[in-house]
Design a protein around this ligand. Structure first.
Ligand code: ATP
Length: 260
């Protein structure tokens, strides 16, 4: 599914948080959304997921303006994994993942055998099969994060948006998740702080700064030392490791604000 933002502006209290942003994510692409804290990544994802109505401009799925679509209609097309999506339910892991089937279910009917197969596959993909009977409250932070991602995969969406999905994951699960996202034929837009991970697994990067799209292109073009200095205020050296992946070494940052 193609996701587009067209002259999108969203703001609160008279302040634009995302400004005049036009971008298209092509079907099947894996696109990384990067930018410093407060640059508008989550706000943009929330607009694209239909959780925020743009102040002006439009969000389109395959060319259709999603204005006025209800959450069920959106969830049949697109899954959204929010940052720190908490839940104090006492559901078991498999039940949480099965919530991904809700947009497709008759309210009073249980899961079909096909639903069960989809849930099992999502549990397997996120390395959760051994935890399927565990109560949600007993899970670690990373296990919860993987369960939320599995729920999104159980939606079998045409597109998936993820907000910092690796922040609680150990390195193996980070690599596995990114490789899963890069390998899927769904459209993926993923906000990431780890630039090396973004460079390695994404076809394309969108760099936000102050709510505006500052750069859009292949990772090697977007991530330059000058740009990282300008946007993140860090001194970075960009090279290649022995496998040919972009390698970033940070030489330092200015001291805490207000010092020096
Ligand atoms: N509902 C809101 N009310 C007021 N300000 C908001 C609201 N939502 C977001 N903001 C502000 O908008 C800016 C962008 O926030 P957003 O969460 O989109 O940034 P982000 O790039 O995802 O940041 P991070 O990397 O820290 O997660 C921040 O300054 C934030 O404080």
């Amino acid at each position: 599914m193609r996701i587009a933002a067209e002259d999108l502006t969203w703001g609160v209290g008279g302040r634009d948080i995302v400004r005049d942003l036009t971008v298209e994510v092509e079907p099947g692409q894996t696109v990384g959304l990067i930018g410093p804290n407060g640059s508008g990544k989550s706000s943009l994802l929330r607009c694209l997921a239909g959780l925020r109505a743009p102040t002006s401009g439009a969000v389109r799925y395959d060319g259709e303006d999603v204005k006025g679509w209800d959450s069920r209609r959106i969830a049949r097309r697109l899954a959204f994994v929010e940052q720190a999506a908490e839940s104090d339910s006492d559901l078991r892991v498999a039940d949480v993942v099965a919530l991904g089937r809700t947009p497709f279910r008759d309210r009073w009917r249980g899961l079909t055998p096909a639903d069960h197969a989809i849930v099992d596959a999502a549990l397997d993909h996120l390395d959760l099969a051994h935890l399927r009977h565990r109560h949600w409250k007993t899970l670690s932070g990373g296990e919860r994060q993987r369960a939320h991602i599995a729920r999104a995969f159980a939606q079998r969406p045409w597109a998936v948006l993820l907000d910092e999905p690796t922040n609680h994951l150990d390195i193996r699960h980070q690599l596995e998740l990114m490789s899963l996202l890069a390998g899927t034929d769904q459209t993926v837009l993923v906000a990431l702080h780890d630039l090396a991970l973004a460079a390695r697994y994404c076809d394309r990067l969108l760099l936000l700064s102050g709510g505006e799209l500052l750069a859009d292109g292949p990772p090697g073009d977007v991530l330059t030392g000058d740009r990282l200095r300008e946007v993140y205020e860090v001194d970075a050296h960009i090279g290649r490791d022995d496998l040919g992946h972009l390698a970033i070494s940070y030489r330092g940052a200015p001291g805490p604000r207000g010092e020096g």
